[in-house]
Design a protein around this ligand. Structure first.
Ligand code: FE2
Length: 264
């Protein structure tokens, strides 16, 4: 089974990148299941019901979230009715939504789990223990499981990769928006990448308009960040999984610009 995981989609520029690139990747790689991190899809903060619909219509089968899950308040009205979206499983037990699910597409089944880190992010329940609990819940349904670890620190992400080696088929990091160059298959068969990267403007700072970010860094004064409208880049990871064992066989990092797309 081939799984394509798309890094944090940032605003309308990121969604436009997905719209342009995904058909080309579908033709070239024929992924069975496409998962995307959508926590920045609505103007850089959160996601809306309309954007969920838009991403699903583009060919995304499942959506993971992160620390911006609740930024658009309308999410409280629909998240419990949308089975294809997961928010960090280590949020409060009182939080609506689900931390994991099984995505079915093209005759294949993939468990997906979202967990959020605790280093340089708000203190929440233990992502290591909660990831184990969710893997245990989903394992009876499928051997193929993807964990999106939405975390800031590379150390915490690498530690999660080792913790889940042999338990999950894929462990990918999101949140930092910069694709790392360490994709690997760990000794017990887990495909791992510290951060998948992002889909959005490559001319801003992590997808946001750079003037305001620079102003804040240089003056230490408040600034309102907006999504940058510059040229996009698109980052993803493709993983081939042996369905009989749930172990990863191959990883392919994808890093594209508009120019790369024209040359495909
Ligand atoms: Fe985030």
């Amino acid at each position: 089974m081939k799984v394509l995981f798309i890094g944090d989609i940032v605003g309308s520029v990121g969604r436009a990148a997905v719209k342009k690139v995904l058909p080309a990747l579908q033709s070239k790689f024929n992924p069975h299941i496409v998962i995307a991190n959508g926590e920045n899809a609505a103007a850089g903060r959160g996601i809306t019901a309309n954007i969920v619909k838009e991403l699903l219509e583009l060919g995304v089968h499942g959506i993971t979230m992160g620390n911006h899950t609740w930024d658009n308040k309308d999410i409280f009205e629909w998240i419990d009715d949308e089975p294809r979206i997961v928010r960090p499983a280590n949020f409060s037990a009182e939080a609506p939504g689900q931390g994991g699910t099984v995505i079915k597409a093209n005759g294949k089944e993939l468990g997906i789990i979202s967990v959020q880190g605790r280093t340089f992010l708000p203190p929440i329940d233990c992502p290591f223990r909660i990831a184990d609990e969710w893997i245990e819940k989903l394992r009876g349904k499928t051997k193929c499981i993807l964990v999106d670890f939405h975390a800031e620190a590379t150390s915490e992400k690498i530690a999660m990769g080792w913790h889940l080696d042999g338990k999950a088929s894929i462990v990918v990091g999101t949140h930092t928006h910069v694709q790392t160059n360490d994709d690997t298959i760990l000794p017990h068969g887990t495909a791992y990448l510290t951060d998948v990267g992002m889909c959005g403007s490559k001319e801003g700072v992590l997808g946001m308009e750079r003037t305001a970010v620079l102003y804040k860094f240089k003056t230490q004064l408040p600034a309102r960040f907006v999504v940058d409208e510059g040229a996009w880049h698109f980052h993803a990871l493709l993983v081939d999984i042996d369905e009989s064992t749930g172990k990863a066989k191959q990883t392919t990092k994808i890093r594209m610009t508009e120019t790369d797309l024209l040359m495909m």
